[in-house]
Write a protein that binds this ligand. Structure first.
Ligand SMILES: Nc1ncnc2c1ncn2[C@@H]1O[C@H](COP(=O)(O)OP(=O)(O)OP(=O)(O)O)[C@@H](O)[C@H]1O
Length: 256
């Protein structure tokens, strides 16, 4: 198996809080990889360290064979990132944002123009290309962020919650673009809480809880005998069968 991402002994603490507790991961190249876990599991912290946005306390990360912290320029040329809480240049139009990103990536102007036109078209943003990003909706922001992350045709694309706040039509569009991208041999690594989505998109999953990897491997292996990935996930993270109803016995009814 060729690895797109290879993580060894990765740790991150914020004061007393251990966010990532010494994880090891091999993410295969050419696959659609889902990183799933409950709130606070450490997904964003892991993706931030893997993409060179956050320095680990210890451990190493290699992306397509290059060490993220010793060889950052090589790595950043080969990856695209759609981070959580995406910050964009708000006073640029969508088209200007792509032109700027393309030049930063060192692409010739004519090539940037061509790719930007195609991406805006496929992502259904052509009509809004001259609007300022500040006036974009949440879904439009995700889509222009995705276009910017894809513009230089990266080998590996990292997406933190790419479908959050996105309507079903835009989600379908994003999905189509990502499926086309992985079909050509590229790798997508994305984090999500939405199990049905992960189950329908991913060939390979890693389940995280409390800073550790609880299971990882091909989707069918991680799901095992469970009826769905959701069920397997609940069993893995130990949340199965919790009786929330008796915890909230005051909720509803007459007593205020
Ligand atoms: N900058 C920070 N300072 C302090 N604690 C942090 C910081 N970033 C993350 N944490 C803590 O680290 C843990 C992991 O957070 P992280 O955001 O990586 O989880 P997550 O799996 O992405 O969660 P969610 O699905 O809710 O986004 C949490 O307990 C969080 O409170």
């Amino acid at each position: 198996m060729t690895s797109a991402v290879s993580v060894r002994g990765l740790w991150k603490r914020f004061g007393q809080q251990v966010a990532v507790a010494g994880i090891d991961l091999e993410l295969p190249a050419g696959k659609f990889v889902g990183l799933v876990g409950p709130n606070g599991a450490g997904k964003t912290t892991t993706l931030s360290m893997v993409t060179g946005l956050l320095r680990p306390d210890s451990g190493t990360v290699e992306v397509v064979g290059h060490d993220v912290w010793r060889d950052p320029v090589e790595v950043k040329a080969r990856i695209g990132v759609l981070p959580e809480g995406l910050r964009l240049f708000e006073r640029l139009s969508g088209r200007e944002l792509l032109a700027y990103t393309g030049r930063l990536r060192g692409l010739p102007g004519a090539e940037v123009d061509k790719r930007a036109t195609q991406l805006l078209d496929v992502l259904d943003l052509a009509g809004a290309q001259h609007k300022l990003v500040v006036d974009y909706s949440t879904g439009m922001r995700k889509k222009i962020g995705l276009a910017a992350a894809l513009l230089h045709n990266p080998e590996v694309l990292f997406l933190d919650e790419p479908f959050e706040g996105v309507d079903p039509v835009s989600a379908q569009t994003i999905r189509g673009v990502l499926e086309r991208y992985t079909a050509s041999g590229a790798t997508v690594v994305f984090s999500s809480h939405v199990m049905e989505l992960v189950e329908s998109l991913c060939d390979w999953v890693a389940v995280m809880a409390a800073g550790r990897i609880r299971a990882h491997g091909p989707l069918t292996e991680v799901r095992g005998e469970a009826a769905s990935l959701q069920q397997a996930f609940l069993e893995l993270v130990g949340a199965n069968g919790r009786d929330t109803a008796s915890d909230l016995d005051w909720l509803g009814g007459g007593a205020r």
